[in-house]
Design a protein around this ligand. Sequence first.
Ligand SMILES: Nc1ncnc2c1ncn2[C@@H]1O[C@H](COP(=O)(O)OP(=O)(O)OC[C@H]2O[C@@H]([n+]3cccc(C(=O)O)c3)[C@H](O)[C@@H]2O)[C@@H](O)[C@H]1O
Ligand SMILES: Nc1ncnc2c1ncn2[C@@H]1O[C@H](COP(=O)(O)OP(=O)(O)OP(=O)(O)O)[C@@H](O)[C@H]1O
Ligand SMILES: NC(=O)CC[C@H](N)C(=O)O
Length: 537
Amino acid sequence: MKIAVAQFNAKVGDLAGNTDQILRLITEARAARADILLVPELAIAGYPPEDLLLRPSFYQACNEQLDRLLDAADDVTLIVGHPMQLGEERFNAVTVMRDGNFLARGQKMVLPNNEVFDECRYFTPGALPCIYEQRCHDGSVVTVGVPICEDIWHVEPASEAAEMGAQILLVPNASPFHVGKEGVRQSIVRQRIEETGLPIVYCNWVGGQDELVFDGSSFAMNRAGELVARLPGFVPATAMLTFQDGDIQPGEIAPELPAEAAIYEALKLATRDYIVKNGFPGVIIGLSGGIDSALTLAIAVDALGADQVRAVMMPSRYTADISLEDSRDMVARLGVQYDEIDIEPMFEAFGTALAGQFAGLPPDATEENLQSRTRGVLLMALSNKTGRLVLTTGNKSEMTTGYATLYGDMAGGYAVLKDIAKTLVYRLSAYRNTVSDIIPDRIITRPPSAELRDNQVDQDSLPPYEILDDIMARYVERNESMADIIAAGHTEKDVLRVVKLLKVNEYKRRQAAVGARITPRSFGKDWRYPITNGFFR
Ligand SMILES: Nc1ncnc2c1ncn2[C@@H]1O[C@H](COP(=O)(O)OP(=O)(O)OC[C@H]2O[C@@H]([n+]3cccc(C(=O)O)c3)[C@H](O)[C@@H]2O)[C@@H](O)[C@H]1O
Ligand SMILES: Nc1ncnc2c1ncn2[C@@H]1O[C@H](COP(=O)(O)OP(=O)(O)OP(=O)(O)O)[C@@H](O)[C@H]1O
Ligand SMILES: NC(=O)CC[C@H](N)C(=O)O
């Protein structure tokens, strides 16, 4: 039995476009004499369709595409996922079809409702796993089980499929990336193999969908739990696997990327897909001579090409000469369009306009924010005029502590580094320079500064980033309490400060642009804290 496993890049809600892609994959699979084409979870709809799933017309439109596929799947069995409505109930379903016939249908039995998933909001769980008999070109007949994604994270669906006679499990998935996720998936699948003795093929999405990034990295494990095939991460790809003598035969194993390279690829893919799938002609970045905007620029150019990226340096009286020099140096290395717009006249005009109201009051963050907001106004004007989207540059450490100006540097459409702690910003910049030297060294080595007043450095306002980031990771990503974090060796002063800043800045995160998720807990769908909140521990 030959199985074509296709990780492709869909667009949520583009039902006809996604089906066109599946039709192309059917043609390729048929030409390669595959018996089966396996595509990811909810392949017609894309994942996650969110509240589109509450619209009855969405199901009708998915059914229309299912009919197109039914007409096309000759001489190859298509296993395709789609949402399905039966009376008042909705299911996350899979249909098996060939030569104009529906061979089988199944419904996801275990609905994920944690992290970024909320399938219980939409679906009713299915009662039994999908099983069918595959008649192959070589005359063999194989009983195939089709659990759907979360199903294989639990014992029952796979065990029940085995009890019902399945000889192999083919699993459509929509499993978003975070650092370390691939190892988790493989160990879960290995556990199911140990329990059932069945080989498993795991087919995952590739592509960016708002804050989620799907890495692909589809794979197969044999009955011994050995990895026998792996598709590459972050690119669409198809593998042809052979099931023979009761097991999956060894195929190609694409190498896994080291952590920094994988995160960099995830950010590139997420950024590119957000811009391209939403139809923007390019992006605009405020370039400051600091490391966040430098890394954002590097990712944007790698994702979209230099001709789609425009950088704008907007100096003020506090901008150091080296900030201008390094910005000019970096854009020259990359070949992107670059402009300088002096914000001093606008900043002065605001000062004059507010002079009466501010008389007798000392300068404070107000004046800092006015600079940041002036830049935001200019970037948004350029966005309106050119149609290009503004990329924001704030990182996770800043998002944790509210170290950013609302309607200032937070103004923009996509936050590339939103889930990247500052210490990781440095590691990713160093990694990118090992590929080719595009970020000037001084940008990496100078102390970080917002340059919103004289001689300002971030560490005037925040604990050192090594400390801040560790406290953030423990509290945000691992749910540790303040007491746990102090017991782990941090000072009470630092812990109180970071957690207090985190708490009082919830309102800022609610108003922030969406951005790629690469950790087990980002400030996106998986962070739903109250703004008005009396809990502090
Ligand atoms: N609970 C709540 N719900 C809704 N709105 C709330 C609120 N609490 C305050 N606000 C509003 O938010 C305002 C305060 O927020 P905001 O105006 O942003 O100002 P704020 O947070 O006071 O200051 C921004 C800080 O970020 C620093 N910064 C700015 C730009 C770039 C960087 C960098 O290095 O990346 C750092 C800057 O130096 C300054 O220390 C209040 O005046 C109020 O209007
Ligand atoms: N002089 C400037 N010209 C253009 N954009 C700027 C300038 N200063 C700040 N910005 C924009 O505002 C963002 C926040 O910048 P700021 O320098 O205040 O903080 P940062 O966190 O140190 O960022 P970076 O490391 O990029 O400097 C920058 O990343 C950049 O997009
Ligand atoms: N779509 C799903 O069912 C995904 C759930 C699963 N726990 C994962 O992250 O891979």
